[in-house]
Design a protein around this ligand. Structure first.
Ligand code: LRH
Ligand code: MN
Length: 396
């Protein structure tokens, strides 16, 4: 491998970290059912243990995204115990995700609910989540809303927008100086006529209305198939409003499949826009890279290792784009030259350089094989198999 490639790959990987979701280790399903895996994690202790395996084998995912209703049985009162557990497993709590979509009171919405009492309950939950994040020294609170409607005429869309602004401002005012609100958009599901925060063009003004510590979160599965996601990323970078990503892949809708399984070039193009921005501005984009997937059929830990290593590979490939020559080709409208610079980088096999990077850091050259050889799966399967099916009822 040419030395400059190895060096570029190594320096790019030194700065690349990606956050794993606690819910990615638990039994999850679709509305048509859930196929239980005996080794799946059901407690936050087990989720941290499995996440620690992935971090120990890859070296690049030290933080775990947490979901308030699924990981904090007693809300704020669970924060200290959760922090201790994370520390014991050698990982750190990451972004905190409030849950404004499972409680029965949210049938007609949370921040957008016509019932002011429900709206204030929802704001209360987000403020509690901000405090939980504070106790965990977590920087980001990631807000996703299932709010919307299923039939035309049943919702006052403009009135709900006003309620969202009010709720966002209240949530933002609870933030500590070093915390951020990440506003996630989604075009549909579970609402199938309108969703209150349906796209980036709605999330951006709402984040601005919330306050200076709010940013937009891009979940790659939350776009129509024909949307150009990397263009949205480029605009959010230019606006200084890109806060982070929920990475996954999809063939049709919000399928939550493993990153790069359907369209690896999509993720490459996103990483390219960020690295090109950093090259041009000489600044580091303040972006949280996070995974948001539900592994309904694949082994949970194997799927997570696969995701983390594929993300690492695509980031390394994007770091190989010759930005100086690209700028020249773009300025000259050298279409083939410009596109070829991306295709050359994308088609470069960076795996030998990544193996060298891992070896130099005492990491296994093949994390997946190392996991299979570790016997960890057999051990947790035996330990966890005994528990009743009842222990696996919640979404994650
Ligand atoms: C909604 C979403 C959101 C999470 C949930 C698990 O589709 O992307 O980010 O809270 O998945
Ligand atoms: Mn998401």
């Amino acid at each position: 491998m040419q030395p400059h490639v190895t060096d570029r790959v190594a320096s790019s990987l030194d700065g690349f970290r990606i956050e794993v979701p606690s819910w990615g280790f638990a039994n999850t399903g679709t509305r048509f059912g859930k196929f239980l895996q005996p080794a799946a994690a059901a407690t936050i202790d087990e989720k941290f243990a499995d996440a620690a395996q992935v971090h120990a084998l890859t070296g690049i995912c030290p933080t775990v995204a947490l979901h308030v209703s699924w990981d904090f049985e007693r809300g704020l009162d669970s924060a200290a115990a959760v922090a201790q557990l994370a520390h014991r497993h050698g990982v750190a709590p990451g972004s905190v995700n409030p849950n404004l979509f499972q409680d029965q009171i949210y049938k007609f919405g949370s921040f957008g609910n016509p019932d002011a009492h429900v709206r204030s309950r929802a704001v209360r939950h987000v403020v509690d989540s901000v405090q939980i994040a504070g106790r965990l020294h977590s920087r980001d609170v990631a807000l996703w809303f299932a709010d919307g409607s299923n039939y035309p005429g049943t919702a006052n869309i403009r009135m709900r927008r006003t309620w969202f602004e009010e709720g966002m401002r209240a949530a933002h005012s609870a933030l500590a100086r070093d915390q951020r609100l990440l506003v996630e958009y989604k075009p549909f599901e579970p609402a199938f006529y309108h969703t209150d925060i349906a796209d980036w063009g709605m999330a951006l003004p709402l984040a601005r209305a919330a306050g200076p510590q709010a940013r937009v979160l891009v979940d790659t599965g939350h776009h129509y198939l024909s949307q150009n996601i990397e263009q949205i990323v480029a605009w959010l970078l230019a606006e200084g409003m890109l806060g982070g990503f929920h990475f996954n892949d999809r063939r049709y809708a919000d399928d939550d499949l493993t990153l790069g399984s359907i369209d690896p070039y999509q993720i490459f193009r996103i990483f390219h826009e960020i690295l090109f921005f950093e090259h041009e501005t000489g600044t580091r984009a303040d972006v949280a890279y996070m995974i948001d997937q539900s592994h309904n059929l694949k082994g949970k830990i194997e799927a997570m290792i696969q995701t983390v290593t594929v993300a690492q590979e695509l980031y390394a490939k994007a770091a190989l784009v010759d930005h100086r020559r690209l700028a020249v080709a773009q300025a000259a409208s050298g279409l083939v030259d410009a596109e070829s610079l991306l295709q050359d980088a994308f088609s470069t096999d960076v795996r030998p350089a990544i193996r060298e990077w891992r070896t130099a850091r005492g990491l296994p050259i093949d994390p997946l094989q190392a996991f299979r050889d570790s016997g960890y799966l057999e051990r947790i399967t035996a330990e966890r198999a005994g528990r009743s099916a009842a222990a696996t009822t919640s979404y994650a």
